[in-house]
Design a protein around this ligand. Structure first.
Ligand SMILES: NC(=O)c1ccc[n+]([C@@H]2O[C@H](COP(=O)([O-])OP(=O)(O)OC[C@H]3O[C@@H](n4cnc5c(N)ncnc54)[C@H](OP(=O)(O)O)[C@@H]3O)[C@@H](O)[C@H]2O)c1
Length: 331
């Protein structure tokens, strides 16, 4: 396993980590979740990603049970939660100081831990002043309930505002952001956030490295019956791929599949290794609905050296979606 600093923080996270979205509580029950977690931990993974909204808290309960039954020493792994979607009632939603605090307490109970290592604002909340949320996170740090706080799918502008507020009032700024990043979705990580790496030492815990499995190539000829896009309640995800934009992306995936065959590597490994090539990625969060997938995906680390500049150019020519670098004056 390779380890990377979470931005400019001192926390060294494994380059590959494991998340629980869709899988824990929906596709995977406690026995298989425990096997997944043990395999991940034994392979050197030290970060496990969660959210209050995943399966209405059920996935965090399973993660907590798995961590407990394996008896993982608390000082050897980091566990996260995210606040935003805590239930149907108004007070269970968003980033008010009250919900940030309540959601943290509930996540600690479900995960059966004394503190969260990473605590994310799962989305921006336009109904709550950023100062209120920054202060709520700062207070949780002072109370010893969380160690690092960050954001997920915030804009560079919103993250910059959070830093400005933190600096003005002597509060703790966000350390990391959790954006989607994969061969088909690049703008935020590669362009929009560029100044934030330099100015604030932003770390990134990136999600959906395989675009929900599309970048394994298994959707090239249609939707397999036992796949995420065929799950009840995830019709919205399937719809994303059945529109014109989705079809165009699938065509690129077919071409990437061909290239990976010519190179003698699997498209899955190539796609994950491609994310890892970006030095601004602190950790790539994997998802797995079965053990064979996790074991397979772990091999991606070995593929990084095969992504030579020439191969990266060939990939670039197919995806053809490199974001323009942000404009710099005087250079
Ligand atoms: N912050 C956010 O807003 C946000 C959003 C999404 C995810 N996340 C985090 O990121 C984590 C990873 O996201 P993700 O699950 O979307 O990652 P992903 O790697 O893009 O997709 C994982 C899914 O792809 C399929 N798959 C994975 N490896 C495979 C293989 N070797 N062969 C065939 N199929 C394979 C499996 O689905 P099936 O077997 O069901 O087809 C698996 O559950 C989540 O668990 C969560 O912690 C965060």
């Amino acid at each position: 396993m390779e380890y990377r600093r979470l931005g400019k923080s001192g926390l060294k996270v494994s380059a590959l980590s494991l998340g629980s979205w869709v899988t824990f509580g929906k596709q995977v029950a406690i026995k298989d979740a425990t096997t997944l977690l043990k395999t991940a931990y034994d392979a050197g993974m030290n970060f496990f990603d969660n959210a209050e909204g995943y399966e209405a808290g059920e996935s965090e309960k399973i993660m907590g049970e798995a961590i407990k039954s394996l008896g993982l020493p608390r000082d050897t792994f980091a566990v996260s939660s995210k606040v935003f979607w805590g239930g149907k009632q108004k007070m269970q939603l968003g980033l008010s100081a009250k919900h940030v605090r309540d959601a943290c307490d509930l996540a600690l109970k479900r995960l059966q831990v004394d503190y969260l290592d990473l605590y994310f604002c799962h989305r921006p909340d336009i109904d709550t002043p950023i100062e209120e949320t920054v202060r709520a996170m700062h207070n949780l740090i002072l109370q010893g309930k969380i160690i690092y706080w960050g954001t997920s799918e915030w804009s560079a502008r919103e993250i910059t505002q959070a830093h400005a507020v933190a600096q003005a009032y002597g509060l703790t700024p966000p350390v990391m952001e959790q954006p989607q990043y994969n061969l088909l979705h690049r703008d935020k990580v590669e362009a929009e956030f560029s100044p934030l790496y330099e100015n604030y030492g932003l770390g990134t815990t990136i999600w959906s490295p395989l675009a929900s499995g599309i970048l394994t190539g298994k959707y090239n000829e249609g939707i397999p019956s036992d796949s995420r896009l065929n799950l009840p309640d995830y019709e919205w995800l399937r719809d994303l791929w059945s529109g014109e934009e989705g079809k165009q992306k699938l065509e690129k995936v077919r071409k990437l599949t061909q290239l990976s065959k010519e190179l003698g590597i699997s498209l899955t490994h190539m796609s994950i290794a491609w994310c890892l090539k970006n030095p601004n990625v602190s950790t790539v969060i994997l998802g797995a609905s079965r053990l064979s997938q996790l074991k397979d995906n772990l091999k991606s680390l070995e593929v990084i050296p095969k992504l030579t500049p020439q191969v990266m150019d060939e990939i670039e020519a197919i995806v053809d979606n490199k974001p323009a670098a942000p404009e710099r004056f005087g250079q």
